[in-house]
Each structure stands twice: as C-alpha cells, then as structure tokens.
Design a protein around this ligand. Structure first.
Ligand code: PDD
Length: 286
C-alpha cells in the first residue's frame, strides 16, 4: 500500500516519522478520519474544514488546500485500488529540537495521508448493535479540536474492550458527553437528544444525522442527559465516520429497552441514502 508523506507517494513500510516530530513528542498534531465509498471520500470537505478550524486555533499552518487534499486522496485511491476504504489524514507542527514553545520558522509541517481497505458492515450485523460501558470523562478543555492527544480516549476504549464491550461512553459531571471515539444519542418517544457542542468533538456524522432529522421531521435536541436517563431511554445509538451509525443495545449491565429501535433503524437507512447520494450506491450485504 502507498501512503502520502510530505509530498511523496511511498510504500507504507517506508513512511517513517522523525523522532523529534512534534506529533510524536507533544501530540502537537491534528487528524481526520473518514470513509471512502465507491472510490469517493464521504464528507471530505467537512472533515478538512474541521481540520482547518483546529489548525487556526492551534496556529498550525500546514499549507495544503482542500483541492490539494482531494487530489492526494484521489491519487491514493487510484494507486492502491481501494474503492472501499478508510481514510486517515494527520498534520503535525513538524520536526524541531524538542522544546515546548512553537519551533522557529521555517519549520515544515508533517503531512501524512493513508487509505486502508474497509468493507461495509453487513446489515444484520449492524442491527445486532454494540455494547458499551460508562467511564469518567477525564479529558481536558480542547475536546472540540481533533488532536492526536487521545490518551484518555485510548484508556477508556481499552477498558471497554477488556470488559468485552465496543465503546466507552464518557461521563462528565453526571452527564453523558460522547464516546471514546463516537458521538452518543438517546431516543425517547421519537425525540433524539445528544450533548450540545460544548467541549466535545463536533462529529461530522453528527452533522449529517442532524440534517437527516431536520429533513425527516425527527426532533433533534442538543441537550445534556444523565447516565440514568440514558439507561432508561427507548433507544441509544452512536455515530462516527468509520462506525457510521450503530444501535447501542447494552450499557454496563443494562439492556436498552428497544435495542435497535425504529428511529435508529430509520437513521441507518437514511444515512445509507446520504452516502449513496454523494458516493454512489452503498451496498452493505443485506
Ligand atoms: N473518531 N467523538 C470522538 C471523541 C471521536 O474521536 C470521534 C471520531 C467522534 C465522531 O466524529 P466523526 O463523526 O467526525 O467521525 C466523536 C475517529 C473516527 C477516530 O478517532 O478514529
């Protein structure tokens, strides 16, 4: 497989990062992940625009335009022949002697892009849903910025996996914020609730789900909810660019009453339609 690193298309095993890359030393770097369907990246403009906003906040100038990223991604899909894939982009503040403040100019940013084959999840498997645990949200004040500083997310997700669950649902001051790598929603009597965009990641899939709800007339409220409310909800679901939409059917030891309920199923169908509209027919095995 070929990847893109700092201007070159090179073999995956030859793509090496310097030991004093600020991404490695300080997690001084941003990343994005999305899916490629039928050779077309889904929501790439939204992902790049989120990265641009993060870069502005971090004053990290990586100097690659949306058009250039699109070209790089298209080229990777072409040379790797990966129409069904995940896409990973990472930019860091570059290589400089290790020192906390920003490095002196000119320090070239590191830019890395990778695609990896990824098959759609068969319909039946998706509707079986996922299990989750709850975990304290131990993160900092920059959760809205998609940096590679993911240690609390990694630890929470590992705790879930060690417990045989898929996702760790993070809890801050008694309220559910998001998952370790997904956004989380509850459904009650047809109304969806999810944490407002206050120090959580503004998920791109979340933005699509919100638009789908607007079109379908499904009430979508950005309102915090407690762990207790989540455990008592009719339905719970999670979203992420690679996971897409999954019902959450059990949390800790509690079964969610309607499991893969009507609203979640409807959103899964509509999300597949949104993918089809932008990338061509989306055909997970039915
Ligand atoms: N994770 N919340 C967190 C903390 C995330 O890391 C992610 C994405 C999401 C969902 O965002 P989106 O819909 O834009 O993918 C929510 C990616 C997939 C990852 O870290 O691999």
């Amino acid at each position: 497989m070929y990847v893109y690193l700092n201007g070159d298309y090179i073999q995956h095993e030859d793509a090496l990062i310097h030991v004093e890359d600020r991404g490695f030393n300080f997690a001084d770097s941003l990343y994005e992940v999305t899916r490629i369907y039928n050779g077309r990246p889904f929501g790439l403009n939204r992902h790049i625009s989120r990265m641009e906003q993060g870069a502005e906040l971090l004053q990290l100038e990586y100097g690659i335009t949306t058009e250039q990223f699109t070209g790089i991604v298209d080229e990777l899909i072409r040379i790797n022949e990966t129409p069904e894939a995940s896409l990973y982009i990472q930019v860091s503040r570059g290589v400089a002697p290790r020192d906390h403040p920003f490095p002196p100019e000119p320090t070239e940013p590191t830019v890395f892009v990778m695609v990896k084959p990824h098959e759609p999840v068969p319909w039946e498997e998706r509707l079986q849903g996922k299990t989750a645990i709850t975990e304290p949200d131990m993160r900092y004040q920059l959760c809205a910025v998609k940096t590679t500083a993911l240690l609390p997310n990694v630890l929470a997700c590992q705790k879930a996996r060690s417990a045989g669950a898929f996702e760790a649902i993070l809890v801050r001051d008694g309220m559910v914020t998001e998952g370790s790598n997904t956004n989380i929603y509850i459904v009650n009597e047809g109304t969806i609730r999810t944490f407002p965009l206050v120090n959580i990641l503004p998920g791109i899939t979340r933005s699509y789900v919100q638009e789908i709800c607007e079109h379908a007339g499904i009430p979508f409220l950005e309102e915090a909810f407690s762990v207790g409310a989540m455990l008592e909800a009719d339905e719970v679901f999670l979203t992420g660019s690679v996971a897409e939409i999954f019902p959450v059917v059990q949390i800790d030891d509690q079964h969610i009453s309607q499991g893969a309920g009507v609203i979640t199923r409807q959103l899964i169908e509509r999300y597949a339609e949104a993918v089809t509209a932008r990338c061509g027919q989306y055909t997970p095995e039915r």
